[in-house]
Each structure stands twice: as structure tokens, then as C-alpha cells.
Design a protein around this ligand. Structure first.
Ligand SMILES: [Ca+2]
Length: 261
């Protein structure tokens, strides 16, 4: 998902999408930072979720791909498994005692034991793999297109799809995902926006504008790629966490009203 050749086209479509948000009846939310936590600045975040008191994070790049179990308060990596080249790690999700990982362009995913991180299987899929989340019934997968795939969590086969639109326009570059209170939250790659998607209709029903969140881009090693990506939700305590690729912090945020027009 990092091909500079397509960047101009992508930015153009994102500008159109941003204009659509601005002119829409889609509510736009701001944010308030509740608390910050340390984040490994070598972690090129591709997947993030919270489970039973811990963060689970997957990182990308060829040679830098890992899955980690992380202590939220300290940022300490408690457990880690490497994904060797040529695979490029992408999204992760937990299902029962399994941890499922996508790769970007290898068209295969890997299944690990959630507790030992031992690899126990693999599966294939067409196209690219970007991110995963689940709602207790299905797994949802993004692939960079405006369509989310709906997967059977046991077979990991596609059983449905969600075409995501904002004011009737397809929303491209849906990246890291999180199921939050009946909606699918998605980072829109290369933007400061997280869209809230109604899974039944695919319509964007809210936009979280995270402009200003994150480090000064000048302090990042690769500002054009070290972008907002990574959403985790602690449902038990209603805590929402966001971060970015190689960002030094994870942010716990709450949403604030910004505008309704
Ligand atoms: Ca997530």
C-alpha cells in the first residue's frame, strides 16, 4: 500500500472525499487526548487491537514485519514473532485462541496460536491484504479498495462484502480497522481521518478528524509514509486508542462534536 506511483491519483481522490465530507450531512468529530502511552518508534504499525489487558500490534515492511504483544502502560514488547521476507505483514485479528495475520501482496495469510505465537496454519486470498477486525460473528478485511470483505472466521473464506461510500462516492484506501459499538472504524490511508462505517449499508456515518494528532512530521524518519494508522478499542472500559507508523506515542482519545454540516 505504499506505491508512490499511485500517490497523486490517491491524493486527488482523497481531496474529493474530503470535499464530500465537508459539504455533507455526515457528522464530523474532533478529539480530546485523554492519555498517552509509549510506542516503539521502529514499529511500522499495520494492525492494532486490544484484548484482555494487552495491545497486540503487527508491523510491516519487508524484513521489519512482526507481531507483538505489548504492555500498554510501558510500551514494553512482551512477546514477538517475526515474519521473514519476502512477506510483508499487514493487519491482525484474534479469533478464539487464534491470531490471524494478513500480508500485503503475497496473497496469503498466517494463523498463529494466540498465546504461544506459534504458527499453526495459513490461508490464501486474492488481491492485497491491508487490515482486519471482527464483531464476534464475522471477520472484516480491507484491501485498499472501497470494498470491505466479510470473512467466515473459521474458514477465512469470503462470505460477503461491504461497499463503503460517503454521499454516494466510494471511499478508497480504507486501511486499519476496528469494530467499535456497532460500527467499523477505518483509517483512511494518507489522511488524518477515521471514517465510521455502518456495516449494514456501507455508508460513512461519521468522520473523526484527527488533524494535529501525532508528532511533528519533521521528527519522523519518513514523514510521507509514517502516517496515522492503528485503531484499538477496549470495549470493557470504552477506551479508544490510535497511533501511527513509527509514532512515539499511542493516544487514548475521546470524540468531541465538531460540526454537523
Ligand atoms: Ca484495529
Amino acid at each position: 500500500m505504499k506505491k508512490p506511483l499511485f500517490r497523486l491519483l490517491i491524493l486527488l481522490s482523497l481531496c474529493l472525499a474530503s470535499a464530500a465530507f465537508a459539504q455533507s450531512a455526515i457528522p464530523i468529530y474532533g478529539y480530546k487526548v485523554v492519555r498517552t502511552y509509549p510506542h516503539d518508534t521502529s514499529a511500522y504499525t499495520e494492525g492494532l487491537f486490544y484484548l484482555n489487558g494487552y495491545l497486540y500490534e503487527s508491523t510491516g515492511t519487508e524484513g521489519g514485519s512482526t507481531i507483538r504483544k505489548v504492555d500498554l502502560a510501558t510500551g514494553k514488547v512482551l512477546q514477538k514473532v517475526d515474519l521473514p521476507p519476502p512477506d510483508y505483514g499487514e493487519g491482525i485479528v484474534a479469533w478464539k485462541n487464534r491470531l490471524i495475520e494478513l500480508t500485503w501482496q503475497s496473497q496469503r495469510g498466517y494463523i498463529y496460536d494466540l498465546h504461544s505465537f506459534k504458527r499453526v496454519g495459513q490461508f490464501t486470498y486474492p488481491g492485497e491484504g491491508w487490515a482486519l477486525t471482527e464483531d464476534g460473528k464475522h471477520i472484516y478485511m480491507s484491501d485498499g479498495t472501497p470494498t470491505l470483505r466479510v470473512l467466515d472466521p473459521e474458514t477465512l473464506k469470503q462470505v460477503g462484502k461491504i461497499d463503503v461510500t460517503a454521499l454516494g462516492r466510494p471511499v478508497v484506501n480504507l486501511n486499519e480497522l476496528e469494530w467499535v459499538k456497532g460500527k467499523i472504524y477505518a483509517n483512511v490511508w494518507l489522511t488524518h481521518n477515521i471514517v465510521q462505517i455502518d456495516p449494514a449499508s456501507g455508508k460513512v456515518v461519521g468522520v473523526i478528524n484527527l488533524t494535529g494528532l501525532g508528532p511533528d512530521p519533521q521528527t519522523l524518519s519518513d514523514p510521507s509514509n509514517d502516517v496515522l494508522n492503528g485503531i484499538a478499542y477496549d470495549a470493557k472500559h470504552d477506551r479508544l486508542f490510535v497511533t501511527g507508523k513509527r509514532w512515539p506515542l499511542i493516544y487514548e482519545i475521546t470524540l468531541t462534536p465538531q460540526s454537523d454540516n
